[in-house]
Each structure stands twice: as C-alpha cells, then as structure tokens.
Design a protein around this ligand. Structure first.
Ligand SMILES: N[C@@H](CCC(=O)N[C@@H](CS)C(=O)NCC(=O)O)C(=O)O
Length: 219
C-alpha cells in the first residue's frame, strides 16, 4: 500500500499532538472490526505513539463509553479538547484529515462535530430499524436483551441530541436527525420520544415543514 501519511504525520499531526496537548484516547474493543479498522489506520499513519488506546467492552456498558458515545458502541475517540468523535468512519476521516494537515481550525472542529452528530443520528436509525426487524420475528425468538439495549441507546442518544439542538441547522446531521425522528414517529410511537425532550420536539416540528421533508413523508 502506498501510504504517504506517516511522513507528513511527523511534521503536522505529530508536532501538534506532541506539544502541549493531551493525547487523544481511542476507546476500543479488541474484537471489534470497526475499532480494528481505526487502529490499523492509526498504525499505517505512524500515529500509534500519539493516540492512546483504552479497552472498553461495549456489552459491559462501561461508564466512560456511555459518557463518550450514548449509542454505547466502540470505537469512540476522546479528543484533547474534551470533545468526542464516533463512529469508525468519522474517526478514520478525522485521522486522515489530521495527517493531510486539515483539521485544527475552529471551522474544522464544527465540521467534525457535525459528522459525529450525524453518526449519532444514524445510530438511532440503526437501532430504530433493528427494533422493527426484531418485532417481526416470532415473539418467542425476540431478544428482550437486545430490545432493551436498542431502546436504551435511542433514549440516551436523543437526550444528547436534545442538548445539542442549537447546532442542528441544514447540514447532514440535521437531515439524519430528522430522518431518525421521523422513523421513531412512524414505528415507535410508544416511545413517546418528545416527552422530556421539548427542544428537540420543537426543532423537529419546524424542520418537518421543509418542502424536502414534506415531499418524502413515509407512507
Ligand atoms: N457504525 C459503528 C458500528 C460500531 C459497532 O457496532 N460496534 C460494536 C462492536 S463491533 C458495538 O460496540 N456494539 C455494541 C452494541 O451494539 O450495543 C462504527 O462504524 O463505529
């Protein structure tokens, strides 16, 4: 593979991380292929010494992981400014961008947080669809354990989105959030997601008026 990144890492990424900043920390599980992808990329970039790695087994619901990623999934990357990135695609893109020398400005931080928020909303969609699929299996075969995990992941993630609602404008994170909330309304009215999340409810009702949303109402 013709990776040219390691050379650039030493001058760009390596320098900025090695100076006064704390090291980013990757929360990972040793068996997760999503985490492995990130860990391989980190090594291909020559960044193994600049990114700390800590084991977090998602099915144990470690507090640090739930605080970092309300979806309760690995990998998650804790950045030195206290912000977090997930999922694996976002982390990989961030690593590549650091190496390419993009990624240290305030605009970049906004961009990465929007990508992270889009991954969060996508995780809500994944869990919402998984719940529907599980509900279509014979009831004796349905897993209370997974239904509980998905419902909890949705609840935690919506709490976070509710707290970040001011950042939802017309980017991919907003669109993905709207698609997620629309699916919850369509399939999981029993979750009453608007209860306890008034800001997100107001935001969604306004966003739902956009012609693009009106033209794509599921049905
Ligand atoms: N789309 C996510 C998927 C991550 C994922 O599903 N990780 C698994 C481990 S392989 C996990 O943490 N599962 C816990 C759960 O589903 O509750 C990514 O690309 O990072």
């Amino acid at each position: 593979m013709a990776y040219r990144w390691p050379e650039r890492c030493a001058t760009l990424f390596g320098k900025s991380l090695a100076m006064e900043k704390r090291m980013p920390t990757l929360l990972y599980s040793p068996t997760s292929p999503y985490a492995r992808k990130v860990r391989v990329l980190i090594r291909e970039c020559g960044l193994a010494k600049q990114i700390d790695e800590q084991t977090a087994l998602p099915l144990d619901d470690p507090e640090a992981l739930l605080a970092a990623n309300p979806l309760g999934k690995v990998p998650a990357l804790l950045l030195d400014d206290g912000s977090v990135l997930y999922d694996s695609r976002v982390i990989c893109a961030w690593v590549a961008a650091q190496v390419a020398g993009h990624g240290d400005s305030g605009d970049a931080a906004h961009y990465w947080q929007a990508q992270r928020r889009a991954a969060l909303a996508e995780g809500v969609i994944d869990a919402s669809v998984a719940l529907v699929m599980e509900g279509r299996r014979p009831s004796a075969q349905q897993s209370d354990y997974w239904i509980g995990r998905w419902r909890n992941a949705i609840a935690r993630s919506l709490d976070v989105l509710d707290g970040e609602v001011d950042a939802l404008h017309d980017q991919i994170d907003a669109i993905t959030s709207a698609a997620a909330l629309g699916h919850l309304d369509l399939r999981h009215g029993d979750l009453n997601w608007r209860d306890r999340r008034p800001a997100l409810a107001v935001w969604f009702d306004a966003f739902s008026q956009r012609p693009s949303m009106q033209a794509t109402v599921p049905g």
